[in-house]
Design a protein around this ligand. Structure first.
Ligand code: PLP
Ligand code: COI
Length: 362
């Protein structure tokens, strides 16, 4: 496979060292962006072309640009980690690349070859490597946001014939400002995130837009995040707005909702391997809201956690709904924290990468 040709134009105004140090000291999530961005274009005639790294900056889009009207767009979320020796690594980038291919099928967008995806991510991360924070005991990283948008100037509804793929970078601290303390969840019984035949398994902006009202409802009820049930029977647990879910049983089994209408999280599948290796039988199956409520009340379910690239592994505390809640949870569960530690130790190069997941960028 021939490597993509990427032209590079460096910024004449890189963030100065003092300001960058200040940002990396306390990066937050998704608020600061690195000095450069990656862009490539696609047309049916030319395929992918014009791959380039340029100074980070605003896009100029015609008001009739298709993505602004019909939301034909997909994205990915991944991170670059700095190891103690200064080297920079990504975690299972081929899994993000392959998921983007699956998302592109669902959104009728062109396929970006996984090798080109990885080359693009590597190239931009290498150019902006000084934006990868040192960890200093905290879990900082450089969040990587590849995305693909329909850039036709056309108001007809049809798959775009001009598509733009970009990668931007944003240094990240903890996604939840309170650290790995249990988050409380609001059960949405009014709104669902995805239905059969819908886009639930694709990483596309519309799924996040549709989660916002329910997330707002969660906040109004004093909860951190919303949990969605299946769209058909309103019975089976699906996922949170931006994370998958896991249930730890007192007998050591761990259960995660089956695929279909949820996003196939890379953290989710990595945890299956990590937990399996630790001796926990892992089940992927439907889990009803009653099994959750009854299980945490009886003690049959001893821990609940959520997982995703941005949030890593986050303990789940109380589940609240209109008229009730599960018993109070004050601290993170032992199995949750053991799995979390095993995962971040691999990502930060503090444990052997026995699964071969880490990819060195520079
Ligand atoms: N589910 C949704 C809806 C998400 O947005 C995410 C975050 O990316 C996940 C699950 C977890 O996926 P991953 O572990 O690949 O980040
Ligand atoms: C991620 O974990 O990468 C996500 O996409 C979650 C959210 C920031 C959208």
């Amino acid at each position: 496979m021939r490597a993509m040709e990427i032209s590079t134009t460096l910024t004449t105004e890189p963030k100065d060292d003092a300001r960058l140090a200040e940002i990396l000291e306390s990066p937050g999530f998704g608020v600061h962006f690195s000095d450069h961005m990656f862009t490539a274009e696609w047309t049916p005639e030319e395929g992918w072309h014009a791959a380039r790294i340029t100074p980070y900056g605003p896009l100029t889009l015609d008001p009739a640009t298709a993505v602004l009207h019909y939301a034909q767009e997909i994205f990915e979320g991944m991170k670059a980690y700095r190891h103690d020796d200064g080297s920079v690594w990504t975690f299972r980038p081929e899994a993000n690349a392959e998921r983007m291919v699956r998302s592109s099928h669902r959104l009728a967008l062109p396929v970006l070859d996984p090798d080109d995806f990885i080359q693009a991510v590597d190239a931009i991360v290498e150019v902006d490597q000084r934006w990868v924070p040192d960890t200093e005991g905290e879990e900082k990283s450089l969040y990587i946001r590849p995305f693909m948008i329909a850039t036709d100037r056309f108001l007809g509804v049809r798959p775009a014939k001009h598509v733009t793929f970009m990668v931007i970078l944003s240094p990240a601290g903890a996604y939840f400002s309170r650290g790995p303390l249990p988050v409380t969840l609001w059960l949405s019984t009014e709104y669902t995130r995805a239905g059969r035949g819908g886009m639930g398994a694709a990483k596309t902006g519309g799924n996040y837009a549709s989660s916002l009202l329910a997330q707002q409802e969660a906040i109004e009820h004093g909860c951190d995040q919303v949990v969605f049930l299946d769209g058909q029977e309103l019975t089976y647990v699906e996922e949170l707005g931006g994370m998958n879910m896991y249930f730890v049983y007192a007998d050591g089994r761990i259960v995660t909702p089956a695929l279909g209408t949820i996003l196939e999280g890379i953290t989710r599948s990595s945890i299956m391997d990590i937990a399996g290796k630790m001796g926990h039988p892992v089940e992927e199956r439907r889990i009803s809201i009653d099994e959750w409520r009854d299980g945490v009340t009886s003690g049959e379910i001893s821990e609940v956690f959520a997982c995703g690239t941005a949030a890593v592994v986050t303990p789940v505390g109380e589940l609240k709904w209109d008229g009730g809640q599960t018993p109070e949870v004050t601290e993170a569960g032992e199995v949750t924290m053991k799995i979390r530690q095993a995962l971040v130790d691999i990502q930060y190069g503090r444990a052997d990468d026995t699964f071969g997941w880490m990819h060195r960028v520079c």
